[in-house]
Design a protein around this ligand. Structure first.
Ligand code: IVH
Length: 680
């Protein structure tokens, strides 16, 4: 065996092992992007050395396998995979191949494609006989799958019978998947019951469908989306024959009551395909489910037959992969950070990796429990995920690649900055440095918060400057900021005279503030901007806030017992009262908030209601949210059965569609403002 052949054999073995973990065990070890890379590497080697190509290479067959616990069933027509494209050129080459195969090189006409989302779930084949779900199977190795009929009947629940004039035999192919919202809920409940937590919605869907006990499957929130036909036999009732295009086929399936995607479009040529890709790339994070790409299919079924398929995939379809949201990298170190309120957060420093559109070199490990759950250690290879605006996270550790002697992370007993004891809070998993404002780390974070936007908004007083001021012993409390002189500023690193003067100006300007901003700036644990505003609007005087008892505080919207206790204990601290007095002595002041004229929240039609905002309104989203909250509404991010109203702005997307499906009352901006009593 020469070197190339050896390399090919090794790659095949590696890919087969990953196939087994992914398809049979539902427990992949590497991200999909890494798998695709291995497969491409093998494809290229085989292309350069066709003498080594074999029929059983993973590049030539559907990657999959069967769990022995399920009965194996043969598919009446093979369940194929899809060829992949990773860039625009490959999509253009696909369209060119189709034009050549269909003798359309000279024609001006564009090929009509159906563009679909590529759902990240598990492929299934459903066989309906005389309208009744007679058998359901997973894809398996493409020619045989696992019999999951009982489980699938439970997923379909009431829809195991087709509506209307169904053919004698109708085999439908589709994807079983789990929405992101349901995935999060499932994991939450798994965690609570100390059960296995799934790494992503695909694994959750695959693991939930392939359960020996259909009752477990039934309890899992699985959904189906149909996207292709298998065997069809018209039978006696040929009244409703299958249509001649894929586009119409999807409508035809929907008329039987089968779920199809709302995101499917008819597009023309490569250009239409690429426009759809861009649209979905932009929408990806708003979609209620994970997608790993989009799929283009020649719509005319006679053209599909004409172009045919390889052993592995149809020639008339192409999966265009979206950029990876999961990548592998190495943990260089694990450190702990001390926050403003002393909360200790462990952070993994990573070898820089480009994932989900950004470079990631730090990820939070949240808390002690999370480190224990992942058992992540310095030097480990880890799978990092970054999707949309969600902060990057470590999904799993590749234990196989762990270096010998890698030591378990020991959570420190003392604050790395001030040495004070770290105490574990009884409620929740938070560990805190007990050094309070004597801890320089807490002091710095506290001052940064005080100077920040939404708080005192001291322009030019950035994080680096605060660190220099504290490290140089120039300030100890936020009140000391107002005693700083131009000379002291000018003596700092990289601080010209002009910027020193600007800073003094900004400090002066910040003294003119509002009670709400001041309260927020104090950094009372659990008091965010909205709570500070409620406090200011309700009590109107700092003294009243400082002296309020628990009962008074709890009557204010947004404030529960925990927040009330946190406010009281803040003002009980002599040191805090001293700092406040010093700030006022330095000239910090605010006008008395106006008495609230607005109707009491209890009278509002939004009181106690769950409301979702979607699309663009003429006021900023945050403003609309605040208005609703002031009227007693809960504002949630996702539409569910528990939602009372959906406020629909311009260009609303899937949330509006979902509201329609669930028949939830929808309000436009005008109706919303009218109900809120804001319409002039
Ligand atoms: S069509 C004959 N359409 O992707 C063509 N597949 O990588 C068969 N998938 O096994 C597949 N969304 O599990 C098709 N809109 C879609 C899809 C889709 C997701 C999955 C399916 C398939 C895999 C191929």
């Amino acid at each position: 065996m020469n070197a190339t052949n050896k390399k090919i054999a090794a790659l095949r073995e590696q890919i087969e092992a990953h196939n087994y973990r992914y398809h049979v065990l539902d427990d992949p070890e590497i991200p999909d992007a890494e798998y695709d890379r291995l497969l491409r590497q093998l494809e290229e080697l085989e292309k350069a050395h066709p003498e080594f190509l074999t029929k059983d290479s993973p590049t030539q067959k559907v990657g999959g396998g069967l769990q022995k616990t399920f009965e194996a069933v043969a598919h009446s027509t093979p369940m194929r995979s899809l060829a992949n494209a990773f860039d625009a050129e490959q999509v253009e080459a696909f369209d060119k191949r189709m034009r050549e195969a269909l003798d359309m090189e000279e024609s001006k006409e564009e090929i009509e494609y159906v563009a679909e989302v590529k759902l990240d779930g598990l492929a299934v084949s459903l066989r309906f006989e005389n309208g009744w779900l007679a058998r359901a199977a997973t894809r398996g190795d493409g020619s045989r799958g696992e019999n999951i009929t009982h489980n699938m009947r439970r997923v379909l629940a009431g829809a195991t019978f087709l509506r209307g004039d169904a053919p004698a035999v109708l085999e439908v192919r589709g994807e079983v998947f789990m929405s992101r919202e349901n995935f999060a809920k499932l994991n939450e409940s798994q965690r609570e019951r100390d059960k296995k937590v799934f790494v992503n919605p695909r694994n959750a869907a695959a693991g939930s469908l392939r359960q020996l006990d259909p009752n477990i499957t039934a309890a899992r929130p699985l959904e189906l989306c149909c996207y292709a036909l298998g065997e069809v036999e018209a039978g006696d009732s040929a009244k409703n024959p299958p249509p001649p295009t894929h586009w119409e086929t999807l409508r035809w399936l929907a008329a039987f009551g089968l779920p199809v995607s709302d995101f499917t479009r008819k597009v023309a040529g490569a250009r239409g395909c690429l426009a759809y890709y861009e649209e979905m790339l932009a929408k990806r994070d708003e979609l209620p489910f994970d997608i790993d790409g989009v799929v283009y299919k020649v719509s005319r079924l006679d053209w599909q037959r004409e172009t045919g398929h390889t052993a592995k995939a149809p020639r008339w379809a192409l999966a265009h992969k979206l950029p990876a949201q999961e990548k592998i990298t190495k943990v260089e170190s694990i450190e702990v950070q001390v926050g403003r309120t002393g909360a200790i957060t462990p952070v993994a420093r990573l070898e820089k990796v480009f994932v989900g559109g950004v470079n990631v070199s730090n990820v939070t490990l949240h808390n002690r429990d999370e480190i224990a759950r992942l058992d992540v250690r310095v030097g480990d290879s880890v799978v990092v995920r970054r999707a949309g605006d969600v902060i990057p996270q470590i999904l799993s550790v590749a234990l196989k690649d762990r270096k010998k002697g890698a030591r378990k992370f020991v959570f420190p007993k003392n604050c790395p900055v001030c040495g004070a004891n770290i105490v574990q809070e009884e409620e929740g998993a938070i560990a805190r440095c007990s050094g309070g404002l004597y801890c320089d780390a807490q002091r710095k974070e506290h001052i940064k918060h005080f100077a920040g936007r939404g708080a005192m908004d001291i322009e030019g007083l950035g994080d680096k400057l605060v660190e220099q001021l504290v490290d140089g012993g120039l300030i100890r409390t936020v009140a000391d900021l107002y005693a700083l002189t131009k000379e002291q500023f000018a003596g700092l690193e990289r601080m010209a005279e002009k910027s020193a003067a600007n800073l003094l100006g900004a400090l002066e300007k910040s003294k003119d503030t509002t009670l709400a901003r001041f309260l927020y700036a104090l950094g009372i644990p659990l008091v965010g901007e909205a709570t500070a505003e409620s406090l200011a609007a309700a009590l109107r005087d700092l003294e009243k806030v400082a002296d309020a008892d628990e009962e008074t505080l709890q009557k204010i919207p947004d404030i529960g017992p925990l927040v009330a206790r946190s406010i009281i204990s803040f003002f009980n601290e002599e040191h805090n009262r001293e700092v406040i007095a010093a700030l006022r002595a330095a000239g910090v002041h605010w006008p008395r908030p106006e008495k609230q004229v607005q109707a009491a929240a209890a009278d509002s039609p939004f009181a106690g209601k769950s409301v979702v905002l979607t699309g663009t309104l003429s006021m900023p989203r945050a403003e609309a949210k605040k208005l609703l909250q002031s009227l007693g509404a809960r504002v949630s991010a996702a539409v569910s059965k528990a939602t009372d109203y959906v406020i629909v702005g311009e260009n609303a997307g899937s949330k509006a569609t979902r509201a329609e499906e669930l028949k939830i009352a929808m309000l436009d901006e005008g109706e919303f403002l009218e109900m809120a009593g804001r319409k002039r």
